[in-house]
Design a protein around this ligand. Structure first.
Ligand code: FES
Ligand SMILES: [Fe+2]
Length: 376
């Protein structure tokens, strides 16, 4: 579905009616999807790793045989976190009285009352899978796990791409992260790192559960940072730029960026003009950490296609890391300030006018759930 600025009022009205009436910042992420909750490297053999999804504490453990499993991070006995315990073989033992649980969450041993072990209550287990160097769990109804589509990220398994993992926390609702990446009109925020960039908005489309926007960019002032140059131009240096004519400025370059939220995931792909494969492929998932969903943790991958001289990318990797860290720090800063405004005002008072973001907001609200405020 194409939309234009002229349709903004209609879209805004639609957001205020029906299912979409819910405040976007009071919308919980639907737990019935596969969510990354740790990097595989963080879950070491024979060790436990604590994480959480929307306030539910989860312990990831990797047994001797190498498979990771996920349980509620609370011992059934006295609610001590199992992550404070030890992994023995394919079991995890609570660090307090030593109750042992297997990968299904069943209590299989109570050391001081072996005869009670069978009757001892177990803990919840979560379906758990590993892919792309990430550990995924299914926090919703386990019966739906097999039916839920698992994220397909082909570039992550393509050796022609080098991966930079994103593993970061921000003190804001996950929706701010989706909006921030989808909205390429915020280059002004990054002016110190990126210089002057003109953004060409080339249209947006959306459907059930997804929304995407297409852009192109042109540098209008300042020098391109090394990290950005390598990501977007793959080392084809464009340091010196001839002054742009008004005609050139009015014409979008042939490069294309498509940003897409495919609920609940988000991707960004950048194609150099004429290329069939993206030079940059980013995949992100923003996990609500706390019950109120005012903190999120990004697990993602920036996948950069290696140039002909493969070593160049390795050589320039520190510049890419520096550049992407700088951009993320600015995005986090502003998103956390947006969250602070929401907290002070008690409701989302954004006056959004950009069609791509209106579409995105509809997708996040329609596919999310009312945020529960109860404890539990
Ligand atoms: S609290 Fe875990 S064994 Fe007692
Ligand atoms: Fe940004």
């Amino acid at each position: 579905m194409e939309s234009s600025i002229g349709e903004v009022a209609e879209a805004a009205t639609a957001l205020e009616t029906g299912a979409a009436h819910r405040d976007i910042r009071k919308t919980a992420l639907d737990p019935n999807f596969w969510y990354p909750v740790a990097r595989s490297a963080e879950v070491r053999a024979g060790k436990a790793h604590s994480c959480s999804f929307a306030g539910a504490p989860i312990v990831l453990a990797r047994g001797k045989q190498g498979a990771a499993f996920a349980l509620e991070d609370r011992c059934a006995h006295r609610q001590a976190p199992l992550s404070a315990g030890v992994v023995e073989g394919e079991r995890i033992r609570c660090g307090y009285h030593g109750w042992a649980y297997d990968a299904s969450g069943a209590c299989v041993f109570v050391p001081y009352a072996a005869e009670c072990s069978r009757a001892a209550p177990g803990v919840r287990s979560y379906p758990c899978r590993e892919a792309y160097g990430l550990v995924f769990v299914f926090p919703g109804d386990p019966a739906l796990a097999a039916l839920a589509p698992f994220p397909d990220v082909p570039s992550a398994n393509d050796r022609r791409y080098k991966i930079r993992y994103l593993n970061r926390r921000a003190q804001c609702h996950y929706s701010f992260m989706h909006e921030n990446l989808m909205d390429m009109n915020h280059q002004f925020l990054h002016r110190r790192l990126m210089g002057g960039i003109k953004t060409y908005f080339l249209g947006n489309r959306s459907g059930d559960g997804w929304a995407e926007a297409t852009y192109s960019f042109r540098r209008v002032s300042g020098r391109q940072p090394l990290g950005e140059n390598f990501i977007l131009n793959r080392g084809q240096w464009r340091w010196k730029r001839a002054p742009l004519s008004a005609e050139a400025l009015a014409t979008p370059p042939g490069d294309r960026m498509v940003i897409r939220t495919d609920y609940p995931y988000q991707s960004l792909k950048f194609w150099i003009a004429g290329a069939s494969e993206p030079a940059l492929d980013l995949w992100n998932c923003y996990i609500p950490v706390d019950r109120a969903q005012r903190i999120n943790h990004t697990f993602g991958m920036i996948m950069i296609k290696r140039p002909k001289h493969r070593f160049l990318l390795d050589l320039l990797w520190p510049a890419i890391v520096w550049f992407t860290n700088g951009i993320f720090a600015e995005d986090r800063w502003i998103c956390e300030l947006e969250q602070a405004a929401f907290d002070a005002q008690g409701e989302d008072r954004n006056q959004e006018i950009f069609p791509a973001i209106l579409d995105l907001r509809r997708v996040l609200v329609e596919n999310g759930l009312p945020l529960e405020t109860r404890r539990g």
